[in-house]
Design a binder for this molecule. Structure first.
Ligand SMILES: NC(=O)c1ccc[n+]([C@@H]2O[C@H](COP(=O)([O-])OP(=O)(O)OC[C@H]3O[C@@H](n4cnc5c(N)ncnc54)[C@H](OP(=O)(O)O)[C@@H]3O)[C@@H](O)[C@H]2O)c1
Ligand SMILES: [Zn+2]
Ligand SMILES: [Zn+2]
Length: 355
């Protein structure tokens, strides 16, 4: 293709294949495009769901699939109409790379709900045809309107996960007004959960972590939790009945949400951000007795993502990461399934050059 160049990447060839070295086409930067050399890319549990086609009913995976939507890097080239970036700048890309910019959602800064939004991977690619390819790659080319600025004081490996795990937990907390005087629960201490704890703490709430992993208790406190509950312990759960203003549920697998709804006060809200493969069972009485509400949330808009990054810059917040070379990505996926990550894998993309 004349309008494209070849980038190195890791892709999955089918839902049962491990990720393996590959090459993908990337468009040469057009007018508004920013070309970024990727330095770090976080591993989100959504990458694993998508690679294994676990969301087949809603968004079937197109193979080969190059996942990765927690991207930080340096600008290498810009199109002539680009205004806010120049070669050498730090830059970041999250879960979206385009939208129609005209619909009511886009007008409101809620590009994540745009009916014509393009996801960073596995979405129809308007420029080259086929689908978009994500950040497990040495470079990416993105419309400047979806490229974020990175505060200079933050560690880059720990900044990458902010682009999904960060915004996905920050956005619902802002929407539901998490702040001082509130009791806030975070269910699941993985990539999203540990960011949720950091944000709820920074926003001034009393934070309670619910975990199935007793070994994470000390870390939960270090990350900002005031209390930690091992959720398999019924007595410990019962002590918190009817006491929460807000609970953020980040669990990636099937679990009993009614047990958490029972912990909300009247008018309390539980927001699901975890996206398990199978439907969750809801008991009507979990909600109606106390006018509780159950809702969901999807990442966040571009402006809010920038606000979150700036908030992280001011409060010196990054993800706690285990940096890995890309050659270890399949092993990392297996560990993710065992809740064995502290608390986000971040791929050092320099490893792709050598491998
Ligand atoms: N809504 C959005 O916009 C959005 C964005 C990104 C990701 N997601 C989704 O959010 C979910 C979490 O992503 P992540 O990257 O944070 O995953 P992760 O790092 O694997 O964390 C998930 C955590 O859930 C808990 N957990 C796992 N299996 C469990 C089970 N069977 N029962 C109870 N708890 C269990 C574990 O915490 P403990 O060890 O503490 O129990 C685990 O660390 C995924 O489904 C992902 O696709 C949604
Ligand atoms: Zn994600
Ligand atoms: Zn739109």
């Amino acid at each position: 293709m004349e309008n494209a160049y070849t980038a190195k990447a890791y892709s999955a060839a089918s839902e049962t294949a491990p990720l393996a070295p590959d090459t993908v086409p990337r468009r040469n930067p057009t007018d508004r495009d920013v070309q970024i050399e990727i330095l770090f890319c976080g591993i989100c549990h959504s990458d694993l769901h998508q690679v294994r086609n676990e969301w087949g009913e809603f968004m079937p995976t197109v193979y080969p699939c190059v996942p990765g939507h927690e991207i930080v890097g340096r600008v290498t080239k810009t199109g002539p109409a680009v205004e806010n970036f120049k070669p050498g700048d730090l830059a970041a890309v999250g879960c979206m790379v385009d939208s129609d910019h005209t619909c009511p959602n886009c007008q409101e800064g809620l590009e994540q709900f745009c009916p014509n939004m393009t996801l960073t991977y596995n979405s129809p690619d308007k420029h080259l045809g086929g689908v978009t390819y994500g950040g497990y790659s040495d470079s990416i080319v993105v419309d400047e309107r979806f490229v974020l600025r990175v505060p200079e004081n933050l560690d880059l490996a720990g900044t990458a996960p902010l682009l999904c795990a960060g915004i996905t937990t920050y956005s619902p907390m802002r929407h539901w007004g998490v702040g001082k005087g509130q009791k806030v629960g975070v269910v699941g201490l993985g990539g999203l959960g540990h960011m949720g704890v950091k944000f709820a703490h920074a926003l001034g709430a009393h934070v309670v972590v619910f975990t199935t992993s007793p070994g994470k208790t000390d870390d939960a406190r270090r990350l900002g939790a005031d209390e930690v509950v091992v959720s398999r312990n019924q007595d410990e759960m019962q002590k918190h009945a009817g006491s929460f203003d807000f609970i953020l549920d980040t669990v990636s697998a099937n679990h009993d949400i009614n047990a958490y709804l029972a912990l909300l006060k009247h008018d309390g809200n539980l927001t699901l951000v975890g996206a398990p493969e199978k439907p969750l069972a809801l008991a009507a009485f979990s909600l109606i007795g106390r006018r509780r509400s159950l809702s969901g949330s999807l990442i966040g808009g571009v402006a809010e993502t920038q606000e979150m990054l700036d908030f992280c810059g001011e409060h010196n917040i990054t993800a706690d990461v285990e940096v890995i070379p890309i050659q270890k990505v399949n092993e990392a996926y297996e560990r993710l399934l065992k809740s064995d990550v502290k608390y986000r894998f971040s791929i050092d993309m320099a490893s792709l050059k050598s491998g």
